[in-house]
Each structure stands twice: as C-alpha cells, then as structure tokens.
Design a protein around this ligand. Sequence first.
Ligand code: NCD
Length: 338
Amino acid sequence: MQFAGSHILSIAQFERPDVEHLFAVADRMQPYAHRRRVTKVLDGAILGAMFFEPSTRTRVSFGSAFNLLGGEVRETTGFEMSAIAKGESLYDTARVLSGYSDVIAMRHPQEGSVAEFAAASRVPVLNGGDGSNEHPTQALLDLYTIRKELAGRGIDQLRIAMVGDLRFGRTVHSLCKLLCLFDGIQVVLVSPAELRMPPSIVEQLRVAGHKVLESEVLEASIRHVDIVYSTRIQEERFSSQQEADLYRGRFRLNQSIYTEHCEPNTVIMHPLPRDSRVTARELDDDLNDNPNLAIFRQTDNGMLVRMALFALVLDVADQVDRHARDVNWYTGGRFDGL
Ligand code: NCD
C-alpha cells in the first residue's frame, strides 16, 4: 500500500510487506519514544483527535505520539461537547475539521462511521475504533509486541489463544485479520457460545490456512500456546448491564491457573483496560509480577507504532532524524529492558 496521504481504516488495507515496513519504521522511533532524542519533524502540524467514545490509552497515545514527532494536538471528546449533538452529520463535521488539522484520529461507537467520516475528510483519517468493527492500530501494536516478545522467532507458526468477548471485541477482530497475512497460525478462540468470534472472521482465518479451534473452557485452551490474549466483556455493546453480567468473570486468568496450565514462557496480553472489579478480573492483579505479563510493554510499543503510522501517512519517515537533537532533561530508566 501507499502510506502517504492514506486513511488507515481497516487491516484489510495491509499486505505483509506493509506490516514489515511499518515495523521497521516503528523500530527507528525508539530513541524518540524512549526519551533519548527529540525530533521536530512535524513542527507546525496539527492532529485532530476526535474521540466520541470513552478512551484513555488510545486517545492519549495517539496524541503523545504526534507530540513526540513535534506536532500539536486538538481534541474533541464525547458527543455532548461537539456539534454532532446539534444534529450535524459526519460529512459536515469531516469537511470542517479536515480544514483545521493535517491528520485526524477518530473513535466512534458506530460500525463504519470512521470510514464514512474519512470519505468526506480532506486529510488522512486513522481509525481509533469504530463500534465493534475494527481497531487496526491496536492490532498492529499487538502484533509488533508479539514479534518482540517472541524475540526473533517470527510470527509464522504462532500459537495464540484469544479469550473473552470475541463477538464485540474489535481488537481481536482486527488481530485475526492481521494474522491472516502470516503462515501456519494456530488460533484457539475461547468465549461463551453467545460471544463467539463472528463466523466471517473465523472463515477468513481458515481460508488463510490457519488452524482454528473454538472452545468454552479456558484451562484446556491455554496449555500449548505462545500467547494468551485476554479481553474485557464489552459491556457498552450489550442492551443491558444484566446481560453483560451473565458473561463477566467467566474466564479469569490468575497466577495459579497460569502456573498449572501454561507453558513457562507463555506471554500474557490484553488490549486494556482490564476490568479489575471483583465480578470480572479477566486478568488478575496477582499476575503483575509475572515477567511474561506484556500488557504494559504493549502500551509502550503502541507509541512506536502510532508514531510510525503518522510518519508514514504524512510522508516524513525519512526526515525524522534530520530534525533531531539529544534530550537535555532527566529521563530516568523507565524504558530500560525494552
Ligand atoms: C480496546 C477498545 O477500545 O476496543 N481498548 C483499547 O483501545 N486499548 C479494548 C476495550 O475497550 O476493551
């Protein structure tokens, strides 16, 4: 694909060489994300961050990634604070806001809304999640993390269990589509029967030649995998809290289950937020000291991948180092070991 000037709406846009190119650029962002160097390559550029659904890490990491490249961020959050509350269409909002910014990152509760917005936008739009459809940048940072965690082993022949709300979880939808670009993957899909992965996505995995198993039992499904990818019950997509309560807490991974059932180096991932309420706890806090818990490495890696996407979409990937200098303030050791 041609990154420069493109919208990033779906994993369907990517081919394997695009992913490899993106990851190579992400690797080169390390000195900047890890606060050893500062670049001003996007000095003067503006990101419009439009988040019409709750978001902490995606919103802040898109914004920080843009700041780390030297650009500025304008934010809109929530319908009630925007003209959409006055009945403005996505078309009009897109025409207007694309005159104010150079690139837009957007999240919206409706499936297909970000693509509709992008069609009217005069600048590239990055999908930060459209309803339960897709979350492409999360899948890219997840795969980048998997590649790093498996240090040199590569993605082909990966064994992964995805656990939880596979019906409404957009991150696992995008991740499955991304895995279709690789070879010989084994995917175990663990969910309540009512929250199974959409059949069209299961079919895509099979067409790609991957082995897919569906299960309702956690313990037996995580025995022979490299990655356990846990997800939260997406309660905001259910018609009532009571309905979500039926599924919350159904699959809980904690240290004793991990010790008993997982291989010693199985990596634990989650797109976050994990639901830490007693009724949920899909990933228990007692895993916090487990060195294979990669959830905070995922969020750190997200910065690299989102910086790389901005650099590619705005066509400055080869200019980043030319506009750089060393950091001159205390940065501590918070990125040691990454
Ligand atoms: C996810 C999302 O919004 O889809 N969060 C994220 O962006 N990291 C997952 C979730 O909300 O459960």
